[in-house]
Write a protein that binds this ligand. Structure first.
Ligand code: DAH
Length: 341
C-alpha cells in the first residue's frame, strides 16, 4: 500500500502544478496504478483495487474543490460605492445587476416564516433598534449599575454612552408600556421582536458579532411556567414541522425569576456522526419576567405575571437547513445565497 501512498503524494504535487486541473485524470501516474492491478498477486488484488479506486475518487474531489474555488473567484465583486455622478439622470447611470438575479436574504425570509407562526399564535410583531440607551439595555431590566451580569452583554458603545444592543430584551420595557392597555381590557400583552443584536464575541462557526434574536414577551393574569414551555414547544413544532424534544435547565438572568436556558434536541439526521455532543442545540434564554421589570413598565406584579424569551434566529435556521457555519449568513457569498433562491 506504500506504493499507493507514494503515488498519491506525486499526484497531489502534479495536481498543484497543473494549469488545466482536469489533465490530472490523464496522468501517467494514475494510469500506472490501474495498469498495476494486473501485476498484483491475485489474493491481494481486491484490496489493491479498492485503494486505487479510493485514490481516484479523492482525485475527483480535488478537481471538484478546485472548480468550486475557481468559480467563486470568478464572481465579480460588487462595487458598493456609487462610482458615478449621483446627479445624473437614470438613463445615464450605469446599469445595475438585473433585479431578477437577486433574491431575498435567507435570514429575512426565515424571519417572515417565524413571524407568521407567532402571529397565528396571537403575537404582534415589533422591531428593535440598532442603537439604544443604558436604561433600556440594562436599567429597566433589573441590572443595577456595576452589576457583574452586565459583563455577559459586552457590546459596542459610543463616546456618548449609547449602546448597540446586545439583546432584543432592550425592547421589553417599551413593548410592555405600549401594550399595557391590553391588560386593562382583560387581554394579554403578546409581542415578539425579531431583530439584530451586537456582541463583542470571539467568532467561530456558531458565534457572530452581529446576529438576530427573537424576543418574546407575554403578560397576563395567572401566567405560569407551563404556559412558557407550551408556547415555545408549540412554536418549535410548527417551525420544524415535527415535534422536537426540548430541555429546560435553570440559569440566571437579572430580568427573569426563575430563569432557564432552552435547548431543542437535534433530529439525528442533522447530527454529525450522531454524536452526543451535537444532541442539544442551545437556542437561548427564557423565564418568568422579574417583578421589578414589570414594575418598571408600570405593571402591577401583584396582579399580573408573564414570561419572556430570547432565542438566536441563525441557530434555528441553521438547524432547519443543515447550515454548518453561522458566518455564511454575512458572507455575501452568492453560492451560499443562491441555494435559497
Ligand atoms: N436576552 C438574553 C440573551 O441575549 C436572552 C433572554 C433570556 C431573553 C431570558 C429573555 C429572557 O427575554 O426572559 O442572552
Amino acid at each position: 500500500m506504500n506504493q499507493i501512498e507514494a503515488a498519491r503524494d506525486k499526484l497531489k504535487k502534479e495536481f498543484e502544478s497543473l494549469e488545466d486541473k482536469k489533465a490530472i485524470l490523464r496522468s501517467i501516474e494514475l494510469r500506472a496504478l490501474f495498469d498495476g492491478i494486473r501485476e498484483v498477486e491475485p489474493e491481494k488484488r481486491g484490496e489493491y483495487g479498492k485503494a486505487v479506486n479510493a485514490l481516484k475518487q479523492e482525485v475527483h474531489k480535488w478537481l471538484d474543490d478546485a472548480e468550486a474555488e475557481a468559480e467563486s473567484a470568478n464572481i465579480e465583486p460588487i462595487d458598493v460605492t456609487a462610482p458615478w455622478d449621483v446627479n445624473t439622470t437614470a438613463d445615464k447611470r450605469p446599469s445595475f445587476l438585473p433585479a431578477a438575479q437577486g433574491s431575498e436574504h435567507p435570514l429575512m425570509s426565515e424571519i417572515d416564516v417565524i413571524s407568521d407562526i407567532y402571529q397565528r399564535m396571537g403575537f404582534v410583531v415589533e422591531t428593535s433598534r440598532e442603537i439604544d440607551d443604558d436604561y433600556h439595555m440594562f436599567g429597566s431590566l433589573n441590572f443595577p449599575e456595576g452589576h457583574p451580569a452586565r459583563d455577559d452583554f459586552d457590546t459596542f458603545m459610543t463616546d456618548e454612552g449609547l449602546i448597540a444592543p446586545a439583546h432584543t430584551s432592550t425592547m421589553q420595557n417599551r413593548v410592555m408600556k405600549k401594550y399595557k392597555e391590553n391588560l386593562e381590557k382583560g387581554e394579554p400583552i403578546a409581542v415578539v421582536i425579531p431583530d439584530r443584536v451586537f456582541r463583542n464575541e470571539d467568532l467561530d462557526a456558531t458565534h457572530e458579532h452581529t446576529f438576530y434574536q427573537i424576543e418574546g414577551v407575554y403578560v397576563g393574569k395567572d401566567v405560569v411556567v407551563g404556559n412558557l414551555i407550551e408556547t415555545l414547544k408549540s412554536y418549535m413544532s410548527d417551525y420544524y414541522g415535527e415535534e422536537l424534544n426540548v430541555k429546560i435547565q435553570p440559569f440566571y438572568f437579572p430580568f427573569t425569576e426563575p430563569s432557564f436556558e432552552f435547548a431543542v434536541e437535534r433530529p439525528s439526521s442533522l447530527r454529525k456522526n450522531n454524536s452526543e455532543e451535537q444532541k442539544w442545540l442551545e437556542l437561548g434564554g427564557c423565564g418568568m419576567i422579574h417583578p421589578n421589570v414589570l414594575k418598571e413598565a408600570g405593571i402591577d406584579p401583584g396582579v399580573y405575571t408573564g414570561f419572556a424569551w430570547g432565542f438566536g434566529i441563525e441557530r434555528m435556521v441553521m438547524m432547519k437547513h443543515g447550515i454548518e457555519d453561522i458566518r455564511h449568513f454575512e458572507s455575501a457569498n452568492l453560492k451560499f445565497l443562491r441555494q435559497f433562491k
